[in-house]
Design a protein around this ligand. Structure first.
Ligand code: TYD
Length: 142
């Protein structure tokens, strides 16, 4: 998996009445949850995201339908399909993400470690490559 990303599994309490998944900040995730948002009604052939975060950590879950997430660093790239409410994708610092192939009715739930602040975003790709190359090269030397 791309550096600073990993899959996180959540226990399913299932039965003939359906399934329930519970997520507790810090217990089931590597951070406390300060913000929750969800993305719905994404038209076909639409790609969202195209940014990275400097300090924010997030877990992405597709709680209905399916969606693909492309995660990238200057050195690695991977596409992760999400289609299981019991499986989340953790994305840590300085990873570029793009979300695409939303199925009709897909609901992408995002659990975030910080409140919203535009200052934490890197939206310009060449700026991203510059900052992230410095960040990941520095980590390799540690
Ligand atoms: P953005 O992060 O650009 O969405 P995506 O990466 O999925 O394409 O956010 C879209 C808009 O929503 C933008 O105007 C900022 C706003 N927004 C908030 O106000 N609060 C939030 O927590 C988030 C994630 C976005």
């Amino acid at each position: 998996m791309v550096t600073n990303c990993k899959m996180v599994s959540f226990k399913t309490h299932g039965g003939e009445w359906g399934n329930l998944n519970a997520i507790e900040g810090s217990n089931d995730l590597p951070f406390d949850i300060r913000r929750v948002y969800y993305i719905t009604q994404v038209p076909e052939k639409t790609t969202r995201g195209f940014h990275s975060h400097r300090a924010l950590e997030q877990v992405l879950l597709c709680v209905n339908g399916s969606v693909s997430i492309r995660v990238k660093t200057p050195f690695e790239e991977e596409v992760i399909p999400l289609n299981d409410p019991a499986q989340g994708l953790y994305i840590g610092h300085m990873v570029w993400r793009e979300m695409f192939d939303f199925s009709p009715g897909a609901v992408l739930l995002v659990l975030a470690s910080e409140r919203y602040t535009e200052k934490d975003y890197i939206r310009d790709y060449s700026q991203y490559i510059e900052e992230a190359t410095f960040y990941f090269e520095g980590r390799q030397m540690q």
